[in-house]
Ligand binder design. Structure first.
Ligand code: MF3
Ligand code: CO
Length: 249
């Protein structure tokens, strides 16, 4: 069942999502060669708590941290550690916040210093695919119109869309119905309606779409070792026009 949100509930989700967006801005300034992923986690947790939010991931299914830090071939759910970032790495920063029981969820992937042009293209294409998907999140469209727009945006550049993880409805829970795959035929699934809130989050690999989960039971990596990028916004379906992107500043 898809739980529709009232206007008041959406304002709480907007507050949670704004905290996510502000934390991302702070993290962007911290990301540089020589720092550890655990330092970024500390910064993210402080940002969220300073603004009156609660980290959404910490304790979720026993996840240990505030932030997911996914470096290079890590796709999602990388656990912050003493790993030191170096020039040429890319890092996915995924975080969520809770305000008065409502969630916001967002992710960005950023370069550490200069990166080769094909890697910069991977980041740009992934973010643009998310934007293409978001543009389809309008009343009257069907859910898979989002999925299809993302997939075609990615594959036209020769990259691949991860199948094993998907976007999701979000509200009083981090993960609600419906699942939002980043691939599929258009015109399928539920019709989008006012009050739906979706986390749209393509994960894109340079090589094959296949992933595996490491021994830590969280970190997903590409099977072929190719680089991977991830962007995510929490968006609401509006009565008319494009969606409201809650995790944008
Ligand atoms: N943005 C991711 C998601 O929506 C992050 C979840 S990490 C977890 O699934 F630790 F909370 F599981
Ligand atoms: Co999410």
């Amino acid at each position: 069942m898809i739980v529709l949100k009232t206007a008041e509930e959406i304002e709480l989700m907007a507050l949670a999502s704004k905290i996510v967006a502000e934390a991302q801005q702070v993290l962007l300034k911290e990301v540089k060669p020589g720092i550890t992923t655990l330092w970024l986690d500390t910064v993210a947790e402080e940002c969220i708590r300073d603004r009156g939010g609660t980290p959404a991931f910490k304790g979720y299914r026993n996840y240990p941290n505030t932030l997911c830090t996914s470096v290079n071939e890590e796709v999602v759910h990388g656990i912050p550690s003493g790993r030191i970032l170096k020039e040429g790495d890319i890092i996915g920063l995924d975080l969520g916040a809770i305000v008065h029981g409502f969630y916001g969820d967002g992710a960005i992937t950023v370069p550490i210093g200069p990166i080769p042009q094909p890697v910069a293209t991977l980041l740009r294409v992934t973010e643009e695919a998310m934007t293409r998907g978001i543009k389809q999140a309008v009343v009257g469209n069907r859910l898979s119109d989002i999925s299809h727009a993302i997939q075609t945006g990615v594959e036209s550049f020769g990259f691949s869309v991860v199948r094993d993880f998907v976007g999701h409805g979000i509200g009083r829970q981090l993960h609600e119905e419906p699942q939002v795959p980043n691939y599929g035929r258009p015109g399928q699934g539920p019709r989008l309606q006012v009050g739906m809130v979706l986390a749209i989050e393509p994960m894109v690999n340079m090589g094959s779409p296949h992933v595996k989960v490491l021994e830590d039971r969280w970190t997903a990596v590409t099977q072929d070792g190719s680089l991977s990028a991830h962007f995510e916004h929490t968006v609401t379906i509006q009565p008319s026009g494009p969606p409201r992107v809650l995790t944008a500043l």
